[in-house]
Design a protein around this ligand. Structure first.
Ligand code: FAD
Length: 384
C-alpha cells in the first residue's frame, strides 16, 4: 500500500498582500448593502452586480494569461481571494464555476477560438457557465451518461437530459458531457465528448427543481435536437471522460469544500466571546483547530495545482473531511448555545443556522459523494 503525500505549503507575504485588499473591498460592499454574509453562497448566492465588480478588480480568471483577459497571478494568490470570498459569505455563484473549472478546462483543452471568445467575457464577470455532468441515471456512475450527440452537417444534434444542474437558469453556457459514439459495455468510458452548449439555443428547455429551502437553485435540462456548431467541441472527440475527470479535480480541490458554513462559525465565535464563557470557547477552539488543519491540507493541494500536478486523491480526501467539518459546525453550534433556526429570523445566528442545516444535505453529494470520495482515496493509495 502506498502513502498519500500532501506538501506542507505556506502562503508567502506577497501572497498575503491581496488578503487585506479583498477584505477591505468586501467590508465596503457589505456596508453599501450589496450583500450580507450567508452560508453556502459560492453555489447558492447570485449577484451579477458583485460578480461584475470582482471582474473589474481583476479577481476572476486571476491566474489566466493576460492575452485571454486574465491577470497572471499565482494559484496561491487565487486561494487567498477565494478564502476571503467564502469567509465573508459573499454571493459569488454567478462566476464560481466558470472561474474555477470552465476557464482552466478551456485553457487546457479548448481551441484558440474558444479561449479568445469565452475567457475574456468570463474574466469580466459577464459570462457564466453550468456543469453538465449528472443525468437521471448517471450520478456517481457518470459513465452511464446517455445524452447523445450525433454528427450532422456543420456540427452535432444533441438529445437527452441533465439533472441537478446548479444555476443553469442564470448561466449562459454549459460544458456538457455526452456520448458521441454508441456505448460499448466493455469500454464504458470511451466514446464520450464535451460540448460547449449555448443554453439559450433552440431545443434547450430548463426546468426548475426547488430545494427544501424553497429556493430555485437546481435545474433539469432537456435537449431536443439542439444544433451544436462543430467549433463548440471542447478538446478531442472521444476524450470527454478524461477531460471531465480533469474538470472534477478543479471542482473538488478548493477551499469551498471546507468553508461553506464559515459565516456560522464566525458568528458562533462572536456570540461566545460576548458571553465570556471560557468552557464554551474551548469547544469553539477545537473546531477552529480542526479548520486550521484542513486549511493547511487544502493549501497543500493549491500548491500542487500551482506546480501543474493533478491532486485528485488528496482532493477527494480533503473534500470528504472538509464536508464533514462544514456539517459539524451547525451540529456543535446547536449543542453550545440555544438557537431557533429560521431563514427569516431577526438574529443573524438563527438565520445562519437555518441556512447551514438546510444546505448541509447537499455538501456530501455535490462534486461526488462521500462513498465515491473514499473509493477514490482507497483505490488510489492501494494502487500506488
Ligand atoms: C447541491 C448540489 C449541486 C449539484 N450541482 C450539480 C451540477 O451543477 N452539475 C451536475 O452535473 N451535477 C450536480 N449535482 C449532482 C451531484 O453531482 C450528484 O448528486 C452526485 O454525483 C451523486 O449522484 P446521484 O445524486 O445520482 O446519487 P447516486 O449516484 O444514485 O448515489 C446514491 C447513493 O449511493 C451511493 N453510491 C453510489 N455508487 C456507489 C459506489 N460505487 N460505492 C458506494 N456507494 C455508492 C452514493 O454515495 C449515494 O450515497 C449537484 C448535487 C447537489 C446536491
Amino acid at each position: 500500500m502506498g502513502s498519500l503525500q500532501l506538501p506542507v505549503a505556506h502562503l508567502s507575504e506577497k501572497t498575503e498582500l491581496i488578503r487585506a485588499e479583498v477584505r477591505e473591498f468586501l467590508t465596503n460592499e457589505q456596508d453599501k448593502g450589496t450583500f450580507e454574509p450567508r452560508c453556502d453562497q459560492w453555489l447558492n448566492g447570485y449577484s451579477p452586480e458583485l460578480t461584475k465588480k470582482l471582474g473589474e478588480k481583476g479577481w476572476i480568471g486571476m491566474t489566466w494569461p493576460k492575452k485571454y483577459g486574465g491577470h497572471e497571478r499565482s494559484a496561491l494568490e487565487r486561494y487567498v481571494l477565494t478564502e476571503e470570498l467564502l469567509a465573508a459569505g459573499a454571493p459569488v455563484g454567478a462566476q464560481w464555476i466558470a472561474d474555477r473549472q470552465t476557464g482552466p478546462l478551456l485553457l487546457r483543452y479548448g481551441t484558440e477560438e474558444q479561449r479568445t471568445e469565452f475567457l475574456p467575457k468570463i474574466a469580466k464577470g459577464e459570462c457564466y457557465f453550468a456543469i453538465g455532468l449528472s443525468e437521471p441515471n448517471a450520478g456517481s456512475d457518470l459513465a452511464a451518461v446517455r445524452t447523445k450527440a450525433v454528427k450532422t452537417e456543420g456540427g452535432w444534434l444533441l438529445n437527452g437530459s441533465k439533472i441537478w444542474t446548479s444555476g443553469a437558469h442564470h448561466a449562459h453556457y454549459m460544458i456538457t458531457l455526452c456520448r458521441t459514439s454508441p456505448l460499448d459495455p466493455e469500454k464504458r468510458h470511451a466514446g464520450m465528448s464535451q460540448l460547449l452548449v449555448d443554453l439559450s439555443a433552440p431545443g434547450v428547455t430548463i426546468r426548475p427543481i426547488y430545494a427544501m429551502t424553497g429556493e430555485h437553485h437546481f435545474n433539469e435540462i432537456i435537449f431536443e435536437d439542439v444544433f451544436i456548431p462543430e467549433n463548440r467541441l471542447v478538446g478531442e472527440e472521444g476524450n470527454g471522460w478524461k477531460q471531465s475527470m480533469t474538470e472534477l479535480a478543479y471542482e473538488r480541490s478548493g477551499p469551498e469544500r471546507i468553508l461553506s458554513t464559515f459565516p456560522l462559525l464566525q458568528e458562533l465565535t462572536y456570540q461566545i466571546q460576548q458571553r465570556g464563557d471560557a468552557q464554551l470557547m474551548t469547544h469553539v477552539s477545537m473546531l477552529v483547530a480542526r479548520l486550521w488543519t484542513l486549511r493547511q491540507m487544502s493549501i497543500g493541494i493549491a500548491h500542487m495545482l500551482e506546480k501543474g500536478e493533478t491532486p485528485d486523491i488528496a482532493a477527494a480526501l480533503v473534500k470528504d473531511m472538509g464536508n464533514k467539518f462544514e456539517m459539524q459546525v451547525a451540529e456543535i453550534t446547536r449543542l453550545l448555545i440555544p438557537t431557533s433556526p429560521s431563514v427569516s429570523a431577526a438574529s443573524r445566528l438563527d438565520r445562519l443556522m437555518a441556512e447551514s442545516i438546510l444546505q448541509a444535505p447537499g455538501f456530501t453529494l455535490r462534486g461526488g459523494t462521500t462513498e465515491v470520495m473514499r473509493g477514490i482515496v482507497a483505490k488510489g493509495v492501494i494502487k500506488k
